[in-house]
Design a binder for this molecule. Sequence first.
Ligand code: GLN
Length: 200
Amino acid sequence: MKIGVLALQGAVREHIRQIQLLGCEAIEVKSLDHLYGLDGLVLPGGESTTMRKLLDRYQLLAPIQSMAKQGVPMLGTCAGLILLAKEIVGYKEAHLCLMDVVIERNSFGRQVDSFEVELDAEQIGEGIPAVFIRAPHIVSVGPNVEVLAEYEGRIVLAKEGQYLGCSFHPELTEDTRLMQYFIDMVKEYTKSSLAKSNSI
Ligand code: GLN
């Protein structure tokens, strides 16, 4: 299976390392041609406004949206979750507008810039180490979104069908359970798209 990591800015290498560790091929996505043939896509953490500018510059926004329409699973971490969201508090327009969540940026930012906690995540496991760096949180979710983890009463991990979004950075730790969960989503997708192409 081939999993792409949007590599315009941010925590790219760490995701690549986890994907490879779990036995998949990892592709750094820097231009349109890198998107072809991907079975899954990771949108990493970084700075969402900068990433949006680069998505526009390299004309990647619409192609990623059409991959999403085909059902390709996507994992957004931190700024990547902001890119996925349909709505961002205080902003007129969102970015990819794919996942039915309302996001607030820099929610934990004023108290402390960065911290690590352990979270129990439904369907994934207990004591998942979670690094928060000027992290957003999910303010509200649409009817098809499953909330998988909260921290201090705020939603920090959620899934909607093909989309998995988390406020924190799972790739900065040695714990690969969250990435494994995403890879399992990708496996399901490749099985169902193979079944579809076989039935044509
Ligand atoms: N604060 C950043 C933003 O709003 C996200 C931080 C991160 O990805 N670690 O885009």
